[in-house]
Design a binder for this molecule. Structure first.
Ligand SMILES: NC(=O)c1ccc[n+]([C@@H]2O[C@H](COP(=O)([O-])OP(=O)(O)OC[C@H]3O[C@@H](n4cnc5c(N)ncnc54)[C@H](OP(=O)(O)O)[C@@H]3O)[C@@H](O)[C@H]2O)c1
Length: 332
């Protein structure tokens, strides 16, 4: 089984690393200092069982030595593969999609892992719908340094399916390979319901957390913010239905139960990126709720408010980054 990982960060590095550690032919497409470190030192994935810096084995993680790891910035040198694991952030898709061209031939499956519900269609525009396996990752990981990934928590599971939910040999082969590599891999009855159900959790949690700068424990325990979470979720349930995916009637209650089971200090990547003034997935999360609601005639006032406030904050952060770049440029 030949696999290319495009975007070897928290998600691509973790799941691609699992497959590489299990002996599959995995090629990592990376860049910059991360690429240099992967080539020089291999990949270290620290697990959730120790402090950061404890090392792979001491923390319950794993590693792939440089001698067994193949990393490049040139996908043309890899050629067609059986599977592409696409692990870039949503806002990086436009610049990453051209990298897929030399990797995809008839039968190649491109597994999307992005949060939100729009990445599969964006990828399908580049490689065709038949090539796309819409997917969703349940895990919490991040790049802790060049060549290093930290697995903080979460099951470590990948859920994916064919676009039309039909059973396929390539889906089953991937499920089995992941399973044997220590990853919980699930092919559900309806992959779109899975994507929307996760979206219904992450977008309200991310949007409200970003606006308030509060962790999940605070959001869920004040009646007012708990109500806002529930209302934002209900809006997504209605948008999903209008877009053709009927979620269970009790999805908001069961998602709030899930919220209640999370560690109180948890925050979303959206919140952390916005707080740090970095590019974020706002457009693919809260922005997508508002956009899809608008195109299907579904009102989304709570998400709309979150989107406008955060959109302004993000625009100002982008201006600030541009000004800093100009200052650096004129100083050089
Ligand atoms: N991490 C999680 O716990 C988690 C859980 C569930 C879902 N997700 C979703 O998974 C997606 C990926 O998230 P992530 O946390 O894995 O992001 P990440 O750690 O930032 O990884 C993205 C990687 O892609 C690389 N990349 C982007 N464009 C590239 C290009 N043109 N060429 C080579 N490398 C490129 C980035 O390199 P640079 O650093 O050089 O840009 C980075 O190494 C997101 O949509 C996220 O919402 C993440």
């Amino acid at each position: 089984m030949k696999v290319a990982v495009v975007g070897a960060g928290g998600i691509g590095g973790y799941f691609g690393g699992r497959l590489a550690a299990a002996g599959h032919d995995v090629r990592f497409v990376a860049r910059g200092r991360h690429l240099e470190a992967l080539r020089r030192d291999g990949l270290t994935v620290e697990g959730p069982e120790g402090p950061e810096g404890a090392g792979a084995e001491a923390s319950g993680g794993f590693s792939v030595p440089a001698s067994a790891l193949r990393a490049t910035d040139d996908p043309a040198g890899i050629g067609p593969v059986d599977y592409v694991l696409l692990g870039v952030k949503t806002w990086q898709l436009p610049s990453a999609l051209p990298l897929l061209k030399p990797l995809v031939e008839d039968g190649t499956a491109v597994l999307t892992t992005q949060n939100g519900v729009e990445a599969p269609a964006e990828v399908a525009e580049a490689v065709g719908r038949d090539a796309v396996l819409p997917g969703s990752a349940k895990i919490i990981t991040y790049l802790s340094g060049p060549g290093r990934i930290r697995h903080v928590g979460g099951l470590g599971s990948l859920t994916f399916g064919e676009w039309d939910n039909r059973a396929s040999d390539r889906g089953e082969t991937l499920r089995r390979a992941l399973d044997e590599a220590g990853v919980t891999a699930v092919v559900p009855q309806d992959i779109w319901a899975e994507l929307w159900a996760k979206f219904l959790f992450v977008a309200p949690f991310g949007g409200l957390g970003s606006v308030t700068d509060a962790p999940i424990g605070a959001l869920r325990s004040r009646p007012g913010t708990r109500r806002l979470l529930a209302d934002a979720m209900s809006e997504i349930q209605r948008v999903a239905r209008a877009a053709g995916t009927v979620l269970p009637d009790d999805i908001v209650t069961s998602t709030l139960d899930f919220v209640d089971r999370q560690p109180a200090e948890g925050t979303s990547s959206l919140q952390r990126d916005i707080a740090a003034g970095l590019p974020s997935e706002l457009e693919a999360w809260t922005g997508a709720v508002v956009r899809l609601g608008g195109s299907h005639g579904v009102a989304t006032p709570v998400n709309g408010f979150l989107y406008q406030v955060l959109g302004l904050r993000e625009a100002r952060a982008a201006e600030q980054r541009a000004a800093e770049r100009r200052t650096e440029g004129s100083a050089a």
